[in-house]
Write a protein that binds this ligand. Structure first.
Ligand SMILES: [Zn+2]
Length: 243
């Protein structure tokens, strides 16, 4: 119905009708010239599943979704140490692919950058969002998320290792027939305080056939280590050292 007709029917100025419509579009992020955020839940938009699986791993490991009081939009922030510029690029790329209409940005902090993206639909994409710390509440994957992780398990594992994990190389020397050789033993570690996130990590390792051990309880949580040669080789093939 044209604005003029609405204004006649409701006895309000035409400009008021225009203003109402503008405010309504703004509320839904549908203002012309600004593409609305994509959302598989609200609009049935197609989701880049490999990128999503990786971003989910980053989010579960070290990501935060917040809506600051003065903002109406949520933001997802992934903290990336300045020593790993490749990880910053990878996080940004995953955000671009998951939310193609929202532009990620980097916020400088001491020793690290937060890679950030803003969208109203972050809670739809990450239903694990909630008040409080992740290790103090139940973290369970929604069935549609589990389906994506089942199809793209290495994305999730890469994201978790890139955020809360590492690949370290231990070495030892061994002397055989008078010849001393240096042997390197690479292994992967993952540390998290949430038992739910640890279980998501180890369930996914089981699914791809990587053997693991929960090594010790520390103040900062439980360490899961991957040390068997074949398992490390598999991890190297799909994840590799941080860069
Ligand atoms: Zn949505």
């Amino acid at each position: 119905m044209p604005n003029a007709e609405v204004s006649r029917l409701l006895s309000v100025p035409t400009g008021t009708v225009g203003y109402w419509k503008h405010m309504d579009r703004a509320k839904h992020g549908d203002l012309p010239g600004r593409k609305r955020s994509t959302c598989p839940t609200c609009y049935g938009d197609k989701l880049d599943e490999p990128a999503y699986s990786y971003l989910l791993g980053l989010y579960l490991g070290d990501g935060h979704i917040i809506r600051p009081k003065q903002h109406r939009t949520y933001n997802l922030a992934i903290s990336c140490g300045d020593a790993w510029p490749g990880l910053m690029d990878a996080a940004e790329e995953a955000m671009r692919r998951v939310l193609p209409n929202n532009t990620p940005c980097r916020v400088r902090r001491i020793g690290c950058h937060d890679v950030k993206v803003y969208s109203q639909h972050l809670p739809c994409l990450f239903p694990q969002h909630g008040p409080g710390k992740k290790h103090e509440r139940l973290i369970a994957l929604a069935p549609w998320q589990q389906t994506i992780v089942d199809a793209h398990p290495w994305g999730l594992l890469r994201g978790l290792i890139h955020s809360d994990g590492c690949r370290i190389v231990n070495w030892a020397t061994r002397t055989t027939n008078g010849v001393t050789k240096r042997h390197e033993y690479p292994r992967y570690f993952f540390t998290n305080t949430s038992v739910d996130i640890l279980r998501i990590f180890t369930d996914t390792l089981d699914a791809v056939g990587v053997e693991w051990k929960a090594t010790k309880r520390t103040v900062s949580g439980v360490n899961v280590s991957v040390a068997r040669k074949a398992s490390v080789a598999l991890m190297d093939l799909h994840i590799g050292p941080k860069h």
